[in-house]
Design a protein around this ligand. Sequence first.
Ligand SMILES: Nc1ncnc2c1ncn2[C@@H]1O[C@H](COP(=O)(O)OP(=O)(O)OP(=O)(O)O)[C@@H](O)[C@H]1O
Ligand SMILES: [Mg+2]
Length: 451
Amino acid sequence: MPKYKVKYICQNCGYESLKWFGSCPQCGVWGSFVEKAPPLILDHTVAEGSISTLSEALAGEEESRILVGIEEFDRVLGGGLVKGSVCLLGGEPGIGKSTLLLQVAGSLSSRGNKILYVSAEESVRQVASRARRLGIFSDSDNIYMVSESDLDRVLEMARALPIDLIVIDSIQTVKVSSIETIPGSLPQVRECAQRVFSFAKDREIPAFMVGHVTKEGAIAGPKLLEHLVDVVLYFEGDKRTQYRALRAVKNRYGSTLEVGIFEMTSKGLEEVKDPSAIFLSGLDGVPGAAVGVVMEGERPLVVEVQALVAPTFFPYPKRVAQGFDFNRLQLLIAVLEKRVGIPLGKYDVYLNIVGGLKSSDPALDVPVCCAIFSSYRELSIKGDGVFIGEIGLLGEVRPVSFVSRRLSEARRLGFRVAYIPKVGEELKIGEMELKSFVFLKEMFESMEEGR
Ligand SMILES: Nc1ncnc2c1ncn2[C@@H]1O[C@H](COP(=O)(O)OP(=O)(O)OP(=O)(O)O)[C@@H](O)[C@H]1O
Ligand SMILES: [Mg+2]
């Protein structure tokens, strides 16, 4: 057998070295170095039954999805839970991860599924009192609850129960006794996740793991965690508002474009079926506001962009972006300065998307620029106007996808005038006045005239 030099690898960032380190020279995390396994040498004798053709696999694949019954949740998953899949749910403390998963358990139980809900953070009584508040009683015999942090004991119980789903809340608070480090440490999280993974695959039931997030907002633990699981969901939102968005950042069984919108109420999370209206401030004609339409997956959402442009007192003007990419804001400011002649170098610019939404849809460029222009000129935009388009470096208004879908949604919410990019074919949306432009500058001139 060939001889391999022992190599060490950081479980957090994957940095490799011939030497062992206490803390990783690349990412700085302590205790993350483990010996790297030698490359796998394939044995030519393939065990019987371990290999199959695609047609055999397709024949054996029956409907393997379980519908949760919470529409927004099922949609984000790509049409329900896949049997044997492992899903990681991340989110800031107190955002509502436990609430969401308990409601998922409640909904599944009312459809006759049995669930094991493992809480390593809270006592059974705490979870039960949350269940009472959420109104989950009906089929509570279908939900087994345990407050236990020893994962081996948890999986032993799970093996003995006729369950259709297991929830581990959270993967950072469970531990296995064969590893000496504390719960939440990289070796523990990795090992625990791997065991949950094998359990879910063996039993062919879905598993959910709650994951804590770091200060930067990423799921805490080795990067490997996100690679290992099939689906990574983030539950996010501005905690000052009651709205929460559920987003898939990785999904082996569906799109990662869909978002589910929920509202946190005293009775738990409620689905928001018509989310457009929640991203509007409802204030009409205040300078600095412009309305746009973003696509979240298949769904258009009408959102309000607010800007505040104020003289700066410092050598470097301040730029703040909430819900919008900071670098994109800087680029748009440069375009406004150079192509439209607005001296933003002397002004601070603050930008906010109403309702705590985060979006990277390029169609927001035009409403962002118009909100900045509106605040700079103290020019209020008529309340029935909506803005759509991407901005190019020449100051041109570029076409975006799904323009007519976006316009129809704006029309439905009562918008009557749309400022859009000039495209070849003539668009027609009933009772909507469409003003199309090649350059941003022309759009601004039209806004001043139409005041
Ligand atoms: N009695 C109540 N009435 C209304 N809302 C409540 C009540 N109790 C809790 N909440 C809401 O539920 C949220 C906590 O949700 P939950 O415990 O599910 O969050 P979490 O993401 O699991 O947090 P952690 O990371 O701490 O486990 C609170 O921030 C609060 O908004
Ligand atoms: Mg929790």
